[in-house]
Write a protein that binds this ligand. Structure first.
Ligand SMILES: CC(C)(COP(=O)(O)OP(=O)(O)OC[C@H]1O[C@@H](n2cnc3c(N)ncnc32)[C@H](O)[C@@H]1OP(=O)(O)O)[C@@H](O)C(=O)NCCC(=O)NCCS
Length: 167
């Protein structure tokens, strides 16, 4: 699947660089974990990714040649899809790749018959929230102490949703 054809308004980066999606497999987890550990203060573990693959979640890698640009993991539910992880490698951030992945996920979710996309994001992660708002998500709630922060401290999550019929 060529990423450039997934959005009606593909980001400039996606037009300039040929990228494609391939399923996340256990063979790719070394590369995924390298990005995960560089991108987050509290990264998913190899076990978290192994569990998500075993559960059959929608887990896709975005590649340009052999280079892993980013990945997302989403859990389908009844008429909804829950985005569990979306990450762009630090060296490839701010080039439009998160938008490419969100568009691909919305397209796939609609094809599954889903009406809603859901996600949680740290209250401190203003950049990610801005990107979700730009893609049509709305802030619909807050979960107290959802994320670990420092020893003995937790951080709230903002819950965001996108109605797929309107996108
Ligand atoms: C949040 C995250 C996924 C965003 O990924 P990204 O690829 O950098 O995001 P995008 O470039 O698609 O975001 C759109 C931004 O790029 C800009 N953009 C879009 N196409 C562009 C292009 N061709 N060239 C330059 N900028 C572009 C947009 O205007 C927008 O502007 P902003 O940088 O002011 O926000 C990434 O920063 C990341 O992995 N962070 C760490 C993990 C994380 O926080 N994940 C989310 C958890 S909920």
């Amino acid at each position: 699947m060529n990423a450039a054809v997934l959005s009606e308004e593909p980001a400039a980066a996606a037009q300039a660089v040929e990228a494609r999606f391939e399923p996340m497999t256990s063979e790719r987890l070394d590369a995924v974990l390298a990005i995960e550990q560089a991108a987050y203060s509290h990264p998913w573990t190899r076990g978290n990714f192994a569990d998500t693959l075993a559960a059959g979640h929608q887990a896709q890698c975005l590649l340009a040649g052999d280079e892993l640009l980013g990945y997302f993991v989403a859990m389908p539910g009844f008429q909804e899809v829950h985005l569990l992880n979306i990450t762009v490698a630090p060296a490839f951030q701010r080039q439009g790749w998160a938008l490419v992945m969100l568009d691909a996920l919305a397209l796939w979710s609609r094809r599954q018959g889903a009406e809603w996309l859901w996600l949680e994001v740290r209250v401190s992660n203003a950049r990610a929230q801005q990107i979700y708002l730009a893609r049509g998500f709305a802030r619909v709630g807050q979960r107290k102490g959802y994320y670990p922060l420092r020893p003995g401290e937790r951080e709230d999550a903002v819950v965001m949703s996108l109605r797929l019929e309107n996108t």
